[in-house]
Design a protein around this ligand. Structure first.
Ligand SMILES: [Zn+2]
Length: 455
């Protein structure tokens, strides 16, 4: 414990911290062996649970690695619709739980989670996860708690929060009175500014001391300075949040705030493809546009913030790079691209429904009840029939060491297993592994919903 504990001195008190926060976003991917799990205490329905779970496995490991390695391994989600002013919240006395408001609509542009899990919904979810990871002392000023949660969301979420400069000063306002009202993204913006232009370790320091009984004060002068030179953080919030030097202007010099849903960033020319792969139309299983050879120099336009297969329960998420090769643009797996410098997040929502699957059966084949040729035959499928692949199930090796994959597919209204040999697969595709109860992709779920199905 040092005197730096008292934040009043923070500008003058240099602390050497063996911090886990390096300014670099750690490359943490949750796979099947993820040490984290998410429990839905209240049932939300398959669709929301899948979307929320995918977001959890995308963001939570990075939050933990960045802010608090001692954060809970098991996170619970509960539903509480009682407060119309909150899309989600966190309680200090339940440090492993986040609450989501699933009511149909909330007043005044508040964000309920129930609509379609759009980007705002995911931001609320990420923000609440950040609180859980913070585990800050309840005595920590609200603006620090909320500002740091929004900071985490900007850094590790989709990075697309509007962080334009708040209005200042209000008449006779002090730092405390203003920050009380501007405690979310405005506070995050202030912290990002301070990190970049005043004190590069401010986030680490706050993150460390907010978990203890700490007095944070003497921000008044800094707040005034901030409004004199607020810097155009809104042109690339995620990059500034990471403390990168020379953040590219994602508005392409057009001014205003980066509005990622409508503008495509300029991109970064220092990208090399590391493995020959296919350029795909969508960040998902989709038609390939062309082959991209290993060692090709390409332009990296952006990367998706994780594109889980809808309906994929396998906890694997795929990040894709959107690149320009010659005059063609498309997606390749992010792991096949090395880049120098910052690559912005892609403007499109990270999750796109899987609508372009066209898999044809190669020869007349049987649709089996189980991934086993001795199981019941549900139907015979003619050569050339189109099927939707739900997941892949590797079979056990037989006595000769031979192993065949099976695909769990849907043909018309029937679902069953087809031998992998029976299906023409588009090159470069991969599929989620089948779990005990395969989850149906959203397109199919919608169909079922129409018939009053819904599980
Ligand atoms: Zn909050």
């Amino acid at each position: 414990m040092t005197k730096c504990h008292r934040f009043g001195l923070f500008l003058f008190c240099l602390i050497l911290m063996g911090s886990i926060l390096t300014g670099q976003i750690p490359n943490v991917y949750a796979g099947n062996q993820s040490p984290y799990s998410l429990i839905f205490v209240d049932e939300l329905g398959d669709k929301y649970e899948t979307l929320i779970r995918n977001e959890f496995y995308r963001v939570y490991p990075k939050l933990v690695a960045t802010f608090n390695p001692n954060a809970p391994k098991i996170v619970k989600v509960k539903v509480d619709n009682s407060d119309p002013n909150k899309g989600g919240f966190y309680k200090f006395n339940e440090p492993d739980t986040i609450y989501l408001n699933m009511s149909k609509s909330l007043p005044d542009n508040k964000v309920p989670i129930s609509q379609e899990m759009d980007q705002l919904n995911f931001r609320v979810f990420d923000h609440e996860l950040a609180h859980l990871v913070q585990a800050y002392s309840p005595s920590t000023p609200i603006w620090i708690i909320e500002g740091m949660a929004d900071y985490a969301m900007i850094l590790l979420g989709d990075g697309m929060t509007d962080v334009s400069v708040p209005i200042h000063p209000e008449p006779k306002a002090t730092f405390s009175s203003e920050i009380e009202k501007k405690k979310y993204k405005e506070a995050a913006r202030f912290l990002i500014w301070a990190k970049n232009y005043k004190r590069s370790t401010i986030i680490e320091e706050i993150n460390k001391y907010a978990r203890q009984e700490t007095v944070f004060k003497n921000f008044d002068q800094l707040w005034e300075e901030y409004f004199k030179h607020p810097v155009a953080i809104e042109k690339n919030p995620q990059c500034y949040a990471a403390g990168e030097k020379n953040c590219p202007d994602l508005t392409n010099g057009k001014g205003g705030s980066y509005s990622p849903l409508t503008k495509e960033p300029d991109g970064n020319n220092n990208a090399i493809v590391t493995k020959t792969t296919y350029l795909l139309k969508k960040p998902d299983v989709s038609d390939s546009i062309t082959e991209v050879k290993a060692a090709s120099a390409v332009q990296a336009i952006c990367k998706t913030s994780g594109s889980p297969f809808l309906g994929d329960d396998s906890k694997i998420y795929h990040t894709w790079s959107y690149i320009k090769v010659g005059k063609m643009k498309g997606y390749i797996p992010a792991k096949y691209l090395t880049t120098k410098g910052f690559i912005p997040s892609c403007p499109k929502p990270s999750i796109t429904p899987n609508t372009e699957i066209r898999h044809l059966v190669r020869s007349d084949s049987a649709l089996y009840k189980k991934a086993d040729q001795n199981s019941d035959i549900l139907a015979y499928i003619n050569k050339g029939t189109e099927v939707d692949i739900i997941c892949v199930k590797p079979s056990k090796q037989d006595a000769n060491g031979k192993q065949d994959n099976w695909y769990y597919v849907q043909v018309d209204k029937k679902k069953g297993y087809l031998s992998a040999e029976s299906i023409k697969i588009i090159k470069g595709e991969s599929y989620p592994g089948c779990k005990k109860n395969p989850v149906i992709p959203s397109e199919l779920m919608k169909e079922e919903g129409k018939q009053g199905g819904g599980r």
